[in-house]
Design a protein around this ligand. Sequence first.
Ligand code: TRP
Length: 463
Amino acid sequence: MKNNKRREGFSSGLAAFFATLGSAVGLGNIWKFPYVVGENGGAAFLLVYFACIILVGLPVMVSEFYIGRKTRKNIMGAVKELTTKKRWRSIGIIGILAAYFIMFFYTGVAGWVYSYVFKILRGDFNGATAQSVQQQFTNTTAGPVAPIVWQIIVLTVVSVILIGGVKKGIERITKTLMPVLFILIIVCDIRALTLPGVKESFSFLFKPDFSHLTSQGILIAMGLAFFKLSLGMGTMVTYGSYFTEEDNMFGTAAKVAISDTIVSLLVGIAVFSAVFSFNMEASSGPGLLFMTIPLVFSKIPFGKFLLIAFFVLASIAATTATISMFEVLIAYYTEQKGASRKKAVILNAIVIAFIGAFSTLSVGETSLLSGVTIFGKGIFDIFDFLSSNILLPVGGLLMALLVGYIAPKEDIKRELSNNGKLKIANIIDFYYFVLRYISPILLVIVFLSSVGVLEKIIKLITG
Ligand code: TRP
């Protein structure tokens, strides 16, 4: 059964673009990007983030597409096909582990977002003030029952779409929803431009002050770049394996990275305009989105309607991104283990709901598991930290090395130029150089400093 079934794929380049963009654009842009930029001081951090996207993110993304489209397999199958050396299988193991870790907490945050749509409809945010929105967020995460139920709802929605398959599920949903999302964000920004804090918001985001930048911040920028572009886990390998032979992989990667960054900045402008208009803290952490957006839309005509639209949009983004993480697992279990699609989806959803509940119940001071810590971090934070700052960058580094040093250069040229049809030899040469000599070195530096080794070496040298 498992090998003779014809493999599904995306029907066109446009479909591939929307699916990939649907993976990249998610809670990363709407929830994580604003608070991480806020905690790390704004514009200077952003510049480092852009550098990470260009020098590491894009080359790794193209490499993932290459691995996927060349082998037409899931992350583990793809690596096994590219090299017989067993140690490279760690790429597959890291990817699968990262998919679980991220889904444990990501589906929980998606649940808060879904629940906001319901709460706004119910009128909980009528006449919102800076204090009341903070209280609302605390109540949302406190639980113990509601956040778990919402997390299960998210997993159910994602599962139903995934059981539909690649074309009828992933492709159809992303192609319709991504354009809607873009329009809604623009509407949000138009409103934000009328807020008094808009000027300050622009200078926070675009006027760099390097005294705010820390070495820890550089590392976080790299982790954010990986998280944002869905790299290091095999999502882009899996989606690449569904691309058509005509797809321009460079073009798709560049368009996705640019569009994704624009979405993040547009959301950032709205969030920080609210922060500076209502005297909130830019560094308020994971609750930032939930405490600012309701204020952006309070006290204006159609405010409630726009607020609902925003959280519907955020739910859409979270859903299409979750789908792309889950697909890594589904492709693995169906192709490597011979499971049916339906069985793979349902069993994994149950496991993720179960362990994810522990993560979700650890957020906020009043929640059930708030006191439980591992290595000094709460359960939610440990899954986030291990995946974004360790598993994804290490997975990305190994994939960069696999493509840069193990795969034959002639083959890479052939694959990326679609057998010579695309006249992009110069771009390919430049990419190959960056992939071999720049991305891995940057990643190693950032990684060593993340585990504190670099500081120790510098201390040893300098005495
Ligand atoms: N990029 C998505 C976001 O920004 C999250 C995501 C989807 C992801 N698939 C991934 C992150 C794979 C890392 C790896 O919300």
